[in-house]
Design a protein around this ligand. Structure first.
Ligand code: NAG
Ligand code: NAG
Ligand code: NAG
Ligand code: NAG
Ligand code: NAG
Ligand code: NAG
Ligand code: CU
Length: 585
């Protein structure tokens, strides 16, 4: 592995629906269901152990992936191909921040394997479930145009892979490029089932900045309690801990290593001086917003989610859950004598809980020394006058003018306490609950085969706890999300990269507040506290697509709805037999 690649070390010292047969099933679900060592690559030019070796050496405990997992770009230029991956999902013990806990992981590593492809490739991932519960893998941001059943959305596009069984996901990235990630269903990813998914574009726009090396930086919050237990308490109120405290992470991690209770292990990025690096920041966490900065270094934003942007120089960026930014950083500073700098990931936790750590760090090294950076408090980028990223200032590198809308809907949402001390969230009055061993797409498809229609076109279709908008023709749809409560929520829409036309605090001021000239497109967007956001999509991708808050606890409490696009087309899907069988069809 190249000297510039990342290593891990201990501080561097050593390194729904109108009448149909299954109406009853949905009705039942309205009831309170609910929830239901580190590879010591030595700092200088070290070769990481292959992770098979690490697994053998460490037994049934989670290892860090080999450092090459975080370096991407070597496959650029290869002819189009099918890229195969084998994922084995299992339960293990692991300690990302030094505290040993139960983890759910892929292939025994955390974060999981990086999937890397070129635009035009086919990605095939064979997933074997060795957990005691069902699981699915979702490919965040991928369009799955024609393959909605491989979207990996539990209770929506599939019923989940039962324990001991497998499912092979196969999808094209001919229509997608950029920085994204994959993760397990609902809160399971909080326990570790997640990794990067990088798709290199066929070409970059003319004049787009270049870089010497390309690194993935996977950011997460860390919870010491198994997510299923947190979600259960959060929703039911059955436990002594208040909801906001339950939401608050114990710590965080950067590429699998974080700090807690005085631990001093850090991820080391071993860089070369006078080079430009592309850092692909990916928020793979569950609740806290994360602000990322590098001491003394400006960051130039060039990508938001999977959309390339006009370069914008900033001092720091804040990511909501599931958002991504690529930033360029040049290794040309001299403030630290040994050339070692903190990369800081500050968690904005919902509430201050004693003993938790919101100050998570990694080290960028390009001076050759192995000492810890000496900088204490965050110095910022002295003399630069730079401020943090305001994402409303980002302009796509290739501007696409949105088509004029043909339909518009508004949806309000709330999240709040229940009489029993739990939490419930609603979208237009419906609190989503997961179907057990059923999926809305599979139900639609099965009904269509029996000559039944799934749902009438238009809004306000509420089938049990499944609330959806159905469009059986290609429409340009504006959706106004209205946040009735306090706190910003990072919403994600599956299968699309919507135009984000505008957002703001207070009531929606009207269409004059929308940018229909050069809006940013992105798949995960923050709806401001007691505010609004409008996004626009074209319903030309057949299937069932969720719109949900990506804060895992909020989704568990019901903050999710669906868009059912072109049901006449999805009725003709050739849904794989494995998926039908796993739904008991
Ligand atoms: C499996 O699911 C059950 C029921 O939701 C939950 O109590 C249990 O903690 C889950 N196990 C794991 C390892 O997530
Ligand atoms: C923190 O570390 C100390 C010293 O190693 C240990 O005794 C204590 O149990 C740890 N506390 C937690 C919550 O991990
Ligand atoms: C980096 O560039 C600066 C300014 O051009 C130069 O002074 C310095 O020697 C270079 N450092 C290395 C290690 O090449
Ligand atoms: C939110 O939507 C629900 C369902 O349509 C409606 O009953 C409620 O009045 C709306 N709330 C506000 C504040 O608009
Ligand atoms: C949500 O509720 C509002 C207020 O009742 C209504 O105007 C709107 O059409 C509903 N949206 C959908 C998508 O059903
Ligand atoms: C999906 O595929 C259909 C048919 O090929 C095409 O018309 C449509 O534009 C595609 N949609 C997206 C979002 O790529
Ligand atoms: Cu939320």
């Amino acid at each position: 592995m190249q000297q510039s690649a990342q290593s891990h070390g201990d501080g561097g010292r050593k390194s729904a629906r109108p009448r149909r047969s299954s109406v009853m099933r949905y009705a039942a679900l309205c009831l309170p269901l609910v929830l239901a060592s580190v590879l010591l690559a030595l700092v200088t030019g070290a070769e990481a152990l292959p992770h098979e070796t690490a697994l053998a050496a460490r037994g049934n405990t989670v290892s860090l992936p080999s450092a090459s997992n975080f370096v991407v770009g070597s496959i650029i230029g290869q002819p189009p191909t099918t890229r195969h991956y084998n994922f084995v999902v299992s339960e293990m013990k692991g300690a990302p921040d030094g505290f040993t806990k139960t983890m759910l992981v892929v292939n025994g590593v955390f974060p999981g394997p990086t999937i890397e492809a070129n635009q035009g490739d086919q990605i095939v991932v064979h997933v074997t479930n060795q957990l005691q519960n069902r699981t699915t893998i979702h490919w965040h941001g991928i369009y799955q145009n024609g393959t909605n059943y491989y979207d990996g959305t539990a209770s929506v596009t599939e019923c989940g892979i039962p324990p001991g069984q497998s499912l092979t996901y196969s999808f094209s990235v001919a229509d997608f490029s950029g920085t994204t990630w994959w993760h397990a269903l609902d809160t399971q990813y909080t326990d570790g089932i997640e990794g990067a998914l990088i798709v290199h574009p066929r070409a970059y726009p003319k004049g787009f900045p270049t870089w010497d090396e390309d690194l993935v930086v996977e950011l997460t919050d860390v919870y010491h309690t198994l997510s299923a237990a947190i979600a259960q308490q959060y929703v039911t109120g059955d436990g002594p801990i208040a909801p906001l405290e339950l939401e608050t992470p114990d710590s965080g991690a950067i590429n699998g290593i974080g700090q807690y209770n005085g631990s001093t292990k850090y991820t080391n990025f071993n860089l070369k001086p006078n080079k430009t690096y592309r850092l692909r920041l990916i928020h793979m966490g569950s609740a806290a917003q994360i602000r990322v900065s590098v001491d003394y270094h400006a960051l130039t934003v060039i990508e938001a989610d999977s959309t390339l942007t006009t370069p914008l120089k900033v001092a720091g960026v804040t990511l909501g859950v599931a958002q991504r930014y690529s930033v360029l950083l040049t290794t040309n500073q001299h403030a630290e004598p040994a050339g070692n700098y903190w990369l800081r990931a500050e968690l904005a936790s919902p509430v201050a809980v004693p003993g938790t750590n919101a100050d998570i760090r990694a080290i960028l090294r390009y001076g050759g020394g192995s000492a810890l950076p000496t900088t204490g408090a965050d110095p910022g980028v002295p003399g630069s006058g730079l401020s943090d990223l305001d994402s409303s200032k980002l302009v796509p590198a290739v501007v696409k003018t949105p088509p004029n809308p043909t339909k518009s809907y508004n949806v309000n949402f709330t999240i709040g306490g229940t009489p029993s001390g739990g939490t419930v969230a609603t979208m237009n009055g419906t609190s989503w609950t997961m179907l057990k061993n059923a999926a809305t797409l599979v139900d639609l498809w099965t009904d269509a085969r029996r000559g039944q229609t799934f749902a009438p076109e238009g809004p306000s279709v509420q089938l049990g706890n499944q609330f959806m908008i159905t469009e059986d023709s290609i429409q340009v749809v504006d959706i106004l999300l209205i946040n009735l409560g306090g706190g910003a929520h990072p919403f994600h829409l599956h299968g699309h990269t919507p135009y984000i036309l505008g957002s703001g605090p207070g009531g929606f001021p009207g269409s004059s507040a929308l940018n229909t000239v050069d809006p940013l497109t992105r798949d995960t967007f923050l709806v401001p506290s007691q505010g609004w956001l409008v996004f626009r999509i074209v319903t030309d991708n057949p299937g069932m697509w969720t719109i949900h808050c990506h804060i895992q606890w909020h989704m568990a409490a019901g903050l999710l709805m669906q868009i059912n696009s072109l049901p006449s087309k999805s009725a003709k899907f050739n849904i794989p037999q494995d998926i039908l069988a796993q739904c008991g069809v």
